[in-house]
Design a protein around this ligand. Sequence first.
Ligand SMILES: *[C@@H]1O[C@H](CO)[C@@H](O)[C@H](O)[C@H]1NC(C)=O
Ligand SMILES: *[C@@H]1O[C@H](CO)[C@@H](O)[C@H](O)[C@H]1NC(C)=O
Ligand SMILES: *[C@@H]1O[C@H](CO)[C@@H](O)[C@H](O)[C@H]1NC(C)=O
Ligand SMILES: *[C@@H]1O[C@H](CO)[C@@H](O)[C@H](O)[C@H]1NC(C)=O
Ligand SMILES: *[C@@H]1O[C@H](CO)[C@@H](O)[C@H](O)[C@H]1NC(C)=O
Ligand SMILES: *[C@@H]1O[C@H](CO)[C@@H](O)[C@H](O)[C@H]1NC(C)=O
Ligand SMILES: *[C@@H]1O[C@H](CO)[C@@H](O)[C@H](O)[C@H]1NC(C)=O
Length: 427
Amino acid sequence: MKKLQAIELPFGKNQTLHKTPKIILLVILTLLLFTIIPLYCRSLAFPSTLESSSSTHDSADKKCDVFSGEWVPNSEAPYYTNTTCWAIHEHQNCMKYGRPNTEFMKWRWKPYGCELPIFNASQFLELLRGKSMAFVGDSVGRNQMQSLICLLSRVEYPIDVSYTPDEQFKRWNYTTYNFTLATFWTPHLVNSNQADPIGPTHNGLFNLYLDEFDQQWTTQIDQFDYLIISSGHWFFRPLIFYENRRVVGCYDCRQPNLTDLTNYYGYRKAFRTAFKAINGLKNYKGVTFLRTFAPSHFENGTWDKGGNCVRQRPFRNSEIALEGDHLELYKAQVEEFRVAEREGRKRGLKFRLLDTTQAMLLRPDGHPSRFGHWPHENVTLYNDCVHWCLPGPIDAWNDFLLEMLKMEDERLNEERPSSSDGRLRVR
Ligand SMILES: *[C@@H]1O[C@H](CO)[C@@H](O)[C@H](O)[C@H]1NC(C)=O
Ligand SMILES: *[C@@H]1O[C@H](CO)[C@@H](O)[C@H](O)[C@H]1NC(C)=O
Ligand SMILES: *[C@@H]1O[C@H](CO)[C@@H](O)[C@H](O)[C@H]1NC(C)=O
Ligand SMILES: *[C@@H]1O[C@H](CO)[C@@H](O)[C@H](O)[C@H]1NC(C)=O
Ligand SMILES: *[C@@H]1O[C@H](CO)[C@@H](O)[C@H](O)[C@H]1NC(C)=O
Ligand SMILES: *[C@@H]1O[C@H](CO)[C@@H](O)[C@H](O)[C@H]1NC(C)=O
Ligand SMILES: *[C@@H]1O[C@H](CO)[C@@H](O)[C@H](O)[C@H]1NC(C)=O
């Protein structure tokens, strides 16, 4: 559709086209065919290439979007098990709790037009020698960090250097590489608290101060080289939104005196505030990755009404599309990311999109379902269709991450000859 419009536009406006000599018409057509159309197609395939090389999914010269592809069988997986890796969280240790099948482990992500190499632990650690990386978000962010620890465990395990007993704020050191890994718990990214543990849906009610930083992480990150920020499923519980300390509305709060502004209203503002915090840090020089929303896969009911995820195979792209709230959340966060990226560029800060949404939409088979606990255990999320079994499809996020880190490294190497020593150290 868009392509057609772009081609038609010059002719549509030119009412005297029929008077133009044929030879000129031919020249114009040839020009269009060989220059303008290919250029336009390029800009369609890589929407941000023209606008900024830094925000593309993949470097423009590689001509491949690693986030667009399909899952293909992989007989070599898994690369670790619950006996070789101790970092697997109880509720994601699906084999321990009797998951009867292992097919869900045996797929790898195949981008259209290129390969996504399987994670190489020594390469990752070499790239991060002397560096630090923090995961900022909720338990799905922690899920990725634990996958990373397991994938790296072929080479080294880190030592715990946390300075608080709080499990939500952990810090690790890979001593051979002097690489620091940390996690900051912030399910809503902004200042928030629980208004009521029960709430209208028996699942809590939270106050979200949409324009206030969550200082538990915003005051701690300025020395980090890489941030991986994410958020999602906590925006499906009832929320009350505040701006300027005043109630502006809510999500699913079921109070007649409050307007339901939707969860993506709050999600957008929360990202706006989180990115503002990052761009406002004087000493921060890191690269910020937005790990995009990872859809849940409850079917035949919501999470609290008997919904479950029992499929045993990945979807193909043709079988499912992102829609509803999931699509709105995704769009909101990516739009806020683009704004933050432009702001950040003014002071040399880099923002990158770790765009896992489409890949994970295709993996209804990768969640713990009822194998995240013993059958008799009374847990809130009985059928877990939100988190991801380890090992499992979430391991691919670290394949993506390594690819992106390699690109950062290549970019630095390209910059090197033309830049002065002084500029190089600024990173
Ligand atoms: C690992 O999974 C197996 C089943 O594959 C289970 O029997 C065992 O208890 C689990 N071990 C750990 C340490 O989680
Ligand atoms: C992994 O990376 C290391 C260091 O870059 C390299 O020497 C090794 O060949 C790589 N291994 C594989 C299987 O590609
Ligand atoms: C380890 O890395 C930190 C930066 O993360 C640096 O300040 C420190 O000097 C390094 N230590 C050693 C022994 O290389
Ligand atoms: C990590 O461990 C190495 C080796 O013991 C040490 O030199 C370094 O200072 C530690 N880094 C941090 C950030 O604690
Ligand atoms: C809305 O009504 C509830 C009682 O139903 C009350 O607790 C709350 O304070 C009211 N909120 C506002 C903003 O007026
Ligand atoms: C949904 O429920 C129907 C009827 O109980 C059942 O046949 C179907 O397998 C279920 N689908 C999923 C994906 O759980
Ligand atoms: C599960 O726990 C909740 C809260 O802890 C309690 O209200 C409920 O009765 C329990 N259900 C069962 C079946 O034990």
